[in-house]
Design a protein. Structure first.
Length: 295
């Protein structure tokens, strides 16, 4: 049981099937004596599907419709595409985890998992764009054009597709170390950008103790973004370092599904946050003129 799935995927992700498992027990059969987190994970995935698909479609429609979109919207648009695709897979996951274990399902699921694994790269691009807008406003005004952002988006897509292809093949030695390295670096980077933005926004203008209203709104939104980032990405970042402290069975049936259930739910919370504060990116971009005026 221990070796059935553990060598098949990044971070020993037990819910990511391997072709070598054809004819083996399903994941539910392996974890039927401790199924609580597996069932919780699937419930989270179906909630993710029912919330994430309409939310991401709405984000795509709004950005496409808005001709005066913010500089970060090109990255938000790409992230919404990835999240919407990922939200389509819960029925296939249910079939794979409980009933079927075939190579065809394995390839399809690994493709979608690969896309989701590297979606934080677009989140990092969004964080960087907002960081430059607030912390380095003069430099940001010189980068108003979308050409270089389009190039960055294309490069990120190429990286994601290359990773996904390698993940589907699953024949590269030590490939399972790629995801932990990427998620750790992007998590630290996103936290740094958001904390730096909060620090700049928190500074009051000379001769006043009151924060500018535009900066106050942006401060609250960035604080929410930081909290959501920590909620979704700290568990996988922290827990894979603790793998040696758990038995393979506990890690396979509990830790994997807990960490990645929280991470995957970002496919719903991120678009819903954008929809709840549709003008948030414009507020952030306006902060550089506000800050310059106060200074």
């Amino acid at each position: 049981m221990e070796g059935t799935y553990m060598n098949s995927s990044v971070l020993n992700i037990s819910h990511r099937p391997d072709n070598s498992t054809v004819g083996e027990m399903t994941m539910y059969e392996q974890c039927k004596h401790m199924p609580a987190v597996l069932i919780w994970y699937l419930c989270f995935q179906f909630i993710n599907m029912f919330l994430g698909i309409p939310a991401n479609l709405t984000v795509l429609w709004l950005i496409h419709k808005n001709k005066d979109s913010s500089s970060s919207d090109i990255f938000i648009f790409q992230l919404a595409i990835l999240d919407m695709l990922f939200c389509l897979i819960p029925p296939l996951e249910l079939a794979n985890l409980f009933f079927l274990n075939t190579s065809s399902i394995g390839y399809v699921l690994r493709f979608f998992y690969g896309l989701k694994d590297f979606s934080p790269l677009f989140l990092s691009c969004i964080s960087l764009d907002r960081y430059v807008a607030v912390v380095h406003p003069i430099f940001f005004t010189q980068l108003k054009g979308r050409h270089h952002r389009t190039v960055v988006a294309i490069v990120v897509w190429l990286i994601i597709l290359a990773y996904t292809a390698a993940f589907c093949v699953d024949k590269i030695p030590n490939f399972k170390k790629v995801f932990p390295a990427m998620i750790s670096v992007t998590f630290v980077f996103m936290v740094f950008c958001n904390i730096a933005i909060l620090w700049v926004l928190r500074q009051s203008g000379p001769g006043t103790d009151e924060m500018h209203p535009v900066k106050k709104r942006a401060f609250k939104m960035v604080l929410i973004i930081l909290a959501i980032t920590v909620f979704h990405y700290l568990p996988p970042v922290a827990l894979f370092h603790l793998e040696k402290y758990y038995s393979p069975e506990v890690f396979q049936c509990y830790i994997d599904f807990l960490a990645f259930g929280l991470m995957n739910f970002g496919s719903s919370t991120q678009p819903m946050l954008y929809l709840s504060k549709e003008k948030m990116p414009q507020s952030l971009n306006c902060c550089h003129s506000c800050t310059t005026h106060l200074q």
